[in-house]
Structures are given as structure tokens and as C-alpha cells.
Design a protein around this ligand. Sequence first.
Ligand code: RIB
Ligand code: CA
Length: 310
Amino acid sequence: MTRPQLLIDTDPGVDDALAILMAHAHGDVAGLSIAAGNVGLEHTVRNARVLVDLLDARTPVFPGCATPLVRMPEENAAFVHGRDGFGDVGFSEPRNEAGGEAAALALVRLTRQRPGELTLVALAPLTNLALALRLDPALPTRIRRLVVMGGAVTGQGNTGRIPAEFNIGFDPESAHVVFEAFKDFDLVDWELTLRHAFDDDEFDGWLAAGDKRAQFYGGICQVARRTNRERGRRGVIVADALAMAVAIDPAVVVRSERRAVAVELDGRLTRGATVVDWANRLGRPANANIVLQLDRERFAAMVRRALGVD
Ligand code: RIB
Ligand code: CA
């Protein structure tokens, strides 16, 4: 099977890191375009460079937008990912340098250079992709697939606004631009993520049996695992890894449904919510393939391989 050709927009970020390890283990990565989100852009760019060094890879890193498109964010996710986004472990300055090209420009260029080849995996607030779409509205025609980690399809989000999930809630206007521009993307939401958490003991076994990648991930994930436990969440929760699994191997999807999904921009209580027309009442064309169930063993095998377990 030919390796998937991946272009990843990301805000590393602990679960982003696992997704990026998976991408390099199972596919070829054309580039990492970096967003602000989990933590500030200075940290997310540095963290991407730390990962490229860890992997001894030559993957280009493209710094993106430091803020959302319109309104400043109300919260980041440092309480989950650590102040530096990587569990406050502390890594030395990476050897590789970030590219000088802005993320939005890199997204436009790479998709023009490789039309129809690249699977775009969006693991962060969608600011970079929205800007790329404003620069080049034809971008969706050159993307092989778009997989988005974001949203909460029945309103059970993870931010201070109950129905909003972090990636969408951090920059709702950008998510709106993306959801309106793409007529057929895969949506991996927060609620699916919670249904596919890994067992703690099993995951610890993988971390113990893996290689340097497992050792690295075992270090950066401790803050996130502790925070999730304190919030009553069970197991090892890795939202971006689910999206990467869907991007790498579509056959991992057991059940999905196509629906029209839109983003609430103005609600006092609901800004950033992903609003799904489950009953197809409005007659709007479906734009999202909402993933509802993964093959757990197939997903676990992809993660184990990314950690060097087997
Ligand atoms: O809500 C989960 C998403 O927000 C993930 O992408 C995580 O990395 C954070 O960015
Ligand atoms: Ca992320």
C-alpha cells in the first residue's frame, strides 16, 4: 500500500505530538503548518521543531498566525498541555530551524505543487487554513482529503462555552470559512475522542515497551493525563491521534454519517458550537462525514507502531 502523503496543520500540543509521530511512522509528511491554540505560537513552533529533531526528519515547519482571525481567544489549553505545550518537561533548543514561509502561503504553494496528492489533516484552530482559503479559494479542489479534528456534534464540548470544542471555539470565524469552503471533509469530534480513550494500564505498557518516541511521549503526556483524571475523564485521551488515524487509514472508520455542519459565531452561550442538521431538516447539502466509530484495535496498532512498540 502506498504511504499517505500528509500535510498537517497543528498546534503541538501533546495529542498533536502523538498524531505527528503517527504521521511519520505511517506516511510521508510534506510539512507542518503551525497554529496558535493549545499554547502560544512561539511554543507551538518550537515544539514542532523538537518533534522533527526527535524523528531525525527533514519535515519543514511553517509558522502561522499568532491569533485567531477576528476576536482574541478567551482561553488556551496550557492547563492541559503545560505552559510550554509539552508538559513543561523542558527540551533544549532544536537543531532544525522553522521555515521563513508563512503557513497559509505554504498551504497554498504545496497544494499547487502537488494537486490531488495531499491529505490535509487539521489538528488545530483553523486560522491558517482559513487564510489560505481567502488567498486561494480554489484550494479545496487540489486537496485529496481534508480531515478535521474539531467540534462536538451533539453539543458536549470541552471549553468554557458548553457546546464548543477547543479547536473550533478558539477561532469560530476561521472554522466557518473552512466548513463553508469544503463540501466533503471528515470530521473527528471531541465526543468520538472520549469514546475511544485508551486504557491507562495498557497505554503505560506501550510507553514501557516502546523506543525513544515512547519515552518522549511518556514525558510530555503526564500533565495532560493528570488534568484529564482530575476532570473525571477516564483513560488516555488523544483527540488528534484519532484524526490522524482516519487520515492515514480510512478503513479504520467503522461508522460515519454525512450531514450539514455549521459553526455558531454569535451565541452568548453557544459561540463556537458545531451545529449539525441531524434530521436533514434545512435541506442544506451535507459537507461533513461525521466519524462515529473507529476500529479500536486497528487504531491501537497504529499508535503502537508510532511509539516503536511493534
Ligand atoms: O479539543 C481537542 C483539540 O484541542 C485537540 O486538537 C487538542 O490538541 C487541542 O488543540
Ligand atoms: Ca491540536
